[in-house]
Design a protein around this ligand. Structure first.
Ligand SMILES: [Zn+2]
Length: 319
């Protein structure tokens, strides 16, 4: 897949001038989510990869353990616009395949809109290492609990396989996991793990899906930028609201399109192969290089390096 000229040009101009694997969103199943009547499902077909040759992606570098279970499954449902494909065991109900495909197909445009992209933009900007850049691929996976519902990674979105038990908040969780799927596709070329700091990935997904954001005056309650990886994170549940607060600060000062361009530049850094590994504070070199090269600004319009954002976070938030 050729990258779009617009973003490659932006990436090259910027250069000339100068760990994540799905996530945990808890949900309660106080009510049944799925009361769709079947006539509202996206239209589509059941197909078999042994006939079509379109097997579930087997590159484990691009999957997480939840999505890996579909490697070898040949049955899939594809929406008739060809955008969504849901693989899984024939033991699951046909309506779960349809329900999962419908959720993804009806939510992906809103998610992309939040990234300031159309479907065609997305297809053009995805990692060329993804086997099916024209599709959102999903896996009905018994490794995903009904409470977690879904887990988005680079090549596929894993989904709990019993749609009648999906939690009440299912729509919001699908949106959140699609946001992870999109950001991984935009920011990775063929890196084996996420290149985005954990706080950034979760903060952006939280904002896209309308999860709560910590009030700015409470910024001292948590240090989101210390959570470069999931292993750095504490267990307090309100940390997600602080990831969202930190991410929203950047987006408000720079705009949503700049955030998408940042992701694309991270992918470009990955593609060059010159920015492998991590810096001492735990973030990927590709992300930090891209962040600084983007010439992002703080809320006063002054140049904001990644090092300054990290060091001065609390004084920047004390608007
Ligand atoms: Zn998440």
């Amino acid at each position: 897949m050729e990258k779009s000229r617009r973003l490659w040009t932006a990436a090259l101009l910027v250069l000339a001038a100068v760990t994540l694997s799905g996530c945990k969103v808890s949900a309660t199943s106080r009510d049944r989510y799925y009361d769709h009547d079947e006539t509202r499902y996206s239209l589509g077909y059941f197909l078999d990869a042994r006939d079509t040759g379109r097997y579930f992606p087997s590159g484990r570098w691009s999957l997480n353990s939840e999505a890996e279970v579909c490697v070898g499954d040949t049955l899939y449902f594809e929406t008739d616009d060809g955008r969504v494909r849901v693989y899984g065991s024939p033991a699951y109900s046909e309506n779960t395949f349809r329900a999962a495909a419908t959720e993804l197909n009806t939510r992906i445009d809103d998610v992309l809109n939040r990234f300031k992209m159309s479907w065609r933009d997305f297809v053009g900007e995805r990692s060329s290492a993804v086997p099916y850049p024209e599709q959102v691929v999903a896996c009905l996976s018994p490794r995903v609990t009904n409470a977690d519902l879904a887990s988005g990674t680079l090549a596929a979105v894993a989904i709990a396989p019993y749609h009648r038990s999906w939690p009440y908040e299912a729509g919001q969780i699908f949106t959140h996991e699609l946001a992870h799927h999109v950001q991984e596709n935009l920011s990775r070329h063929n890196a084996s793990t996420s290149l985005l700091p954990y706080w950034f990935a979760e903060g952006q997904a939280a904002l896209v899906s309308g999860y709560p954001v910590a009030p700015a005056y409470q910024h001292y309650d948590y240090d989101p930028l210390r959570d470069a990886t999931r292993n750095d994170a504490s267990s307090v549940s309100y940390r997600f609201e602080h990831y969202a607060l930190a991410y929203r600060y950047l987006e408000r000062a720079n705009g949503a399109l700049e955030m998408t361009l940042l992701l694309d530049l991270v992918q470009f850094m990955d593609w060059t192969g010159d920015y492998r590994g991590l810096i001492s504070s735990g973030e990927s070199r590709a992300f930090v290089e891209a962040f600084d090269a983007m010439e992002l600004v703080d809320h006063r319009g002054r140049y904001l390096s990644f090092a300054r954002f990290r060091a001065d976070y609390h004084s920047l938030l004390a608007l």
